[in-house]
Write a protein that binds this ligand. Sequence first.
Ligand SMILES: NC(=O)c1ccc[n+]([C@@H]2O[C@H](COP(=O)([O-])OP(=O)(O)OC[C@H]3O[C@@H](n4cnc5c(N)ncnc54)[C@H](OP(=O)(O)O)[C@@H]3O)[C@@H](O)[C@H]2O)c1
Length: 344
Amino acid sequence: MIPTSTRIVTLQARPEPGGDPSPDMFAVEERPLPTPGDGQLVLRNIAMSVDPSMRGRLDLGEKQYTTNFQIDEPLDGSAVGQVLASNHPDIAVGDVVRHRAGWRDHAVIDGATAYRVDADAAPVGAWLGVLGQTGFTAWAGLKRVGELHDGDTVFISAAAGAVGSAAGRFARLLGAARVVGSAGGAAKVAQLVNELGYDDAMDYRAEDPRDGVPRLAPDGIDLYFDNVGGPHLVAALHNMSIGGRVALCGMISQYSSDGRGQDINHLIEAVLRRVTIRGFIVRDHEDMRPEFESTVAGWLRSGEVEALQTVTDGIDHAVEAFLGMLRGGNIGKALVRLDTDWEV
Ligand SMILES: NC(=O)c1ccc[n+]([C@@H]2O[C@H](COP(=O)([O-])OP(=O)(O)OC[C@H]3O[C@@H](n4cnc5c(N)ncnc54)[C@H](OP(=O)(O)O)[C@@H]3O)[C@@H](O)[C@H]2O)c1
């Protein structure tokens, strides 16, 4: 049966400048599904991703690489779905595809925007996490942007999150000598060291990064993979090795603030230490994806990396999963399973 309507999450109000989003700013509604045209697919979504970048899309500010969400319109984002009907010559009913029409149970999309994934090679959740955009962000950030060298000491913030947990594993497998991280809470810090392969870690809620970072990297940081900005970035700048590199991946500590921190006042440290600082957006590095997928799929098969994820079930709980991730409720990739018949 091809559905004619779907449950979908819409935006009802924007956060105040500098404020946090709250559940009342969203609604779950039943909306009609369009009839698929030439080249289009009808999908049953299996799982969707909730991402920090969606926080910025709730605001009205200028976007450099994405779009703002609109009031009374559906949210969107990465998801994996199974094809129920296809008007595209290369995609068959039953195929599993990754696409951008998340935040809804069913979707009609252009087949040209779908990316077929091998659900036998790895669980579908992995295609949104360690084998998907967050794993790929870790890969591009370490290898190309951060120019990881054998023997490097690597510091990673938001180290237990989707990008951070992948970056920790990958850094070691790509030749880092010492991998240290920061996360919120004693439980996450214990997990980083005992289960996720970090040599040492700090709890930024209990210890100021200006104290914790030099304790973790007494001989200096060669590569800082920055997921959070703010005080972590300042602390890292003060502890870089001569000629070190900073890969600016994201600044989640700043996403709900109406002003910007004073981090830039510390840039003299980059001068003194001859540090290269480079921001990046993962979509500019698509040429690396085949190498990334084949290497990381091999590491998943051999057990050298795991598909670490925090899964919430059901479209009715998707907003909760999103807001929880922003507060640190996740370890690994934060996912919402939309079809509970599937293992993710
Ligand atoms: N450049 C790109 O192309 C690209 C692509 C994907 C993601 N990103 C960025 O990468 C970063 C990580 O994304 P992700 O998808 O992997 O999310 P994630 O790390 O799985 O989830 C976000 C984490 O941020 C931490 N956090 C929240 N507020 C914080 C604060 N004030 N200070 C320090 N940590 C805080 C929380 O962990 P704790 O419990 O540790 O606080 C939370 O679990 C984000 O900045 C995101 O915007 C960039």
